[in-house]
Design a protein around this ligand. Structure first.
Ligand SMILES: NC(=O)c1ccc[n+]([C@@H]2O[C@H](COP(=O)([O-])OP(=O)(O)OC[C@H]3O[C@@H](n4cnc5c(N)ncnc54)[C@H](O)[C@@H]3O)[C@@H](O)[C@H]2O)c1
Length: 320
């Protein structure tokens, strides 16, 4: 079967591509290698994939409708995993139009093509950010998502709603997967594990919001997320929304202690108030994904961080 993975050179997308290739699928990866973080990291993410016979890389922008049409016409993908996005909640405040163009207009371009080229199923990567600052725990898929805290979260909500509309119009099996704070090897340099470890090995301080007190994140290991995405692609359910999280929120103070233990470096913490874009807690109810997809995250945060550190040591420190 031929899969199209957008954002396939990124953190999560590249792991998804590797998993699909490993089970013998044909995979077309679209990525524009933008400079949100250094593109050489994305080149390294796809190093193994580019050596596999089933792999095709298309360097193109999902906003380029003609280029996207060319991809669908040439490769005729049967399933699409749409992960390409501008992905930072805080940076989205400075560039809301860019986030809208990529995450909303780009998504519409792809949805339109999935219909015109008879794609059998699509999975759209959304985020726990759509839940905003809710006090109802854990987050359930049916909770309100009407109060996004950042342009990023609002664009992801828009993508979810558009995916629903296209499903209603054309009947393409569509799953929306809401990822909860993903971490692991190839982790994004703008996200906490990479940022903090980077500072720790340099002996530099880093900012921990609220000093890590009363701040929880449902850290979810990337392999568990990929297993959920693959299960959603395989299930081909008519239209469903799934939380993909670990369902075990980690106190950020504890998270930083763990990073210190795993790396052997002492964290130097500066504290600031939590920005308005960030909720104090994320916490996934994964019951629905368990029931309909057999989703069962396997990775304890201690083990996942050890694997992250191993990757960072070999792939980031040794390359510096
Ligand atoms: N990492 C997380 O914790 C997390 C949490 C919730 C949701 N998500 C979502 O998961 C998806 C993947 O996130 P990630 O963490 O792997 O981010 P990432 O930035 O590593 O990956 C996104 C990829 O998309 C590509 N891309 C961006 N704009 C593009 C465009 N216009 N055309 C083609 N390619 C483009 C980028 O070059 C990048 O390689 C995103 O949709 C993100 O919003 C991630």
């Amino acid at each position: 079967m031929t899969y199209l993975v957008t954002g396939g050179a990124g953190f999560i997308g590249s792991h998804l591509v590797d998993t699909l290739l490993a089970r013998g699928e044909q995979v077309v990866c679209i990525d524009n290698f933008n400079t949100y973080y250094p593109p050489y990291r994305k080149r390294r993410n796809i190093a193994w994939a580019t050596e596999q016979p089933g792999y095709t890389l298309v360097e193109a922008d999902i906003r380029d409708a003609a280029a996207m049409e060319q991809v669908f016409a040439t490769y005729r993908p049967q399933r699409v995993a749409h992960l390409a996005a501008m992905a930072g909640p805080r940076p989205s405040i400075a560039q809301p139009a860019l986030y809208e163009a990529v995450n909303v207009a780009g998504t519409v371009t792809l949805l339109e093509l999935t219909h015109r080229y008879n794609v059998q199923g699509i999975v759209f990567a959304s985020t726990s950010s759509v839940y905003g600052r809710t006090t109802k725990l854990p987050f359930v898929e049916t909770d309100s998502t009407d109060w996004p805290l950042s342009p990023y979260a609002a664009t992801k909500k828009a993508g979810e709603v558009l995916a629903y509309t296209f499903h209603q119009l054309y009947g393409i099996p569509t799953s929306v997967v809401r990822f909860f704070t993903v971490y692991g090897p190839r982790g994004r340099p703008d996200m906490t594990p990479f940022l903090f470890v980077d500072r720790m090995v340099r002996g530099e301080p880093f900012i921990l919001f609220n000093g890590g007190e009363e701040l929880y994140r449902d850290y979810t290991y990337v392999d568990d997320i990929v297993a959920g995405v693959v299960a959603a692609l395989d299930a081909g359910l008519p239209y469903e929304i799934f939380n993909l999280g670990n369902s075990q929120p980690v106190l950020m103070q504890h998270f930083v202690e763990l990073l210190g233990q795993v790396t052997g470096y002492a964290p130097l913490i500066e504290t600031r108030p939590l920005p308005a874009t960030d909720p104090p807690i994320t916490y996934a109810d994964t019951g629905k994904a368990q029931q309909l997809l057999g989703y069962a995250p396997q990775t304890r945060v201690e083990d996942g961080l050890a694997r992250f550190w191993e990757w960072y040591r070999v792939d980031v420190l040794n390359m510096a």
